[in-house]
Design a protein. Structure first.
Lengths: 112, 112
């Protein structure tokens, strides 16, 4: 089974801090994704990557950046955390095309 | 990007079949229909996907309308463990499946 591991389940940070959310997948998938999930809004795509060092903006990239230095690892960076970035963050991976997305169990980030 | 429409919630009795509907009237020829479910405190889990023909797997069945503008996820015998939020999404193989849009999904309640 594909495993997508997010480094933290819960994280509490202060406004203005730089925050790193890490995601690792073990199935050599080319594609990796970062979503955030908020009540009533479903999952919204922040960034995705289709190869090492390649990244594309999703629907809500403002306030975020990403890094993919190795194929198995995709990091989401909040340059200066704000309270409106309090959310559940979900990482996913897949092979290209129509194949299933495989999700991690999420990181619930609270910014105070 | 094509979107999907699902009822906000549905209720079922345990051990009865459940039919979860999804409308996707703007589907394109290269969109695959995917279903995921999300249990509390977990990331979404892949259930099933298809393009034109009906599909069966150990978890569920997927019935796709002939014009592909709607589909139905069928759980043959609901159990309490099937209580979750079910998402119907479209993955466009023509664009690599990157910009996959999730709606709010259907929350399924299962009564014992």
């Amino acid at each position: 089974d594909v495993k997508v591991t997010q480094s933290s389940r819960y994280l509490v940070k202060r406004t203005g801090e730089k925050v790193f959310l890490e995601c690792v997948q073990d199935m050599d998938h080319e594609n990796m994704f970062w979503y955030r999930q908020d009540p009533g809004l479903g999952l919204r795509l922040i960034y995705f990557s289709y190869d090492v060092k390649m990244k594309e903006k999703g629907d809500i990239p403002e306030g975020y950046s990403v890094s993919r230095e190795k194929k198995e690892r995709f990091s989401l960076i909040l340059e200066s955390a704000s309270t409106n970035q309090t959310s559940m963050y979900l990482c996913a991976s897949s092979i290209p095309g129509s194949s299933p997305l495989h999700f991690g169990n999420g990181t619930r980030l609270t910014v105070t | 990007d094509a979107k999907t429409t699902q009822p906000n919630s549905m209720e079922s009795n345990e051990e009865e079949p459940v039919h979860l509907p999804c409308n996707h009237s703007t589907i394109s020829g290269t969109d695959y229909i995917h279903w995921y479910r999300q249990l509390p405190s977990q990331g979404p889990e892949y259930v099933i996907h298809g393009l034109t023909s009906n599909v069966n797997n150990r978890m569920a069945s997927l019935a796709i309308a002939e014009d592909r503008k709607s589909s139905t996820l069928i759980l043959h015998r609901a159990t309490l463990r099937d209580a979750a939020v079910y998402y119907c999404i479209l993955r466009d193989v023509g664009t690599g499946g990157f910009k996959t849009i999730f709606g709010a999904g259907t929350r399924l309640f299962v009564k014992a």
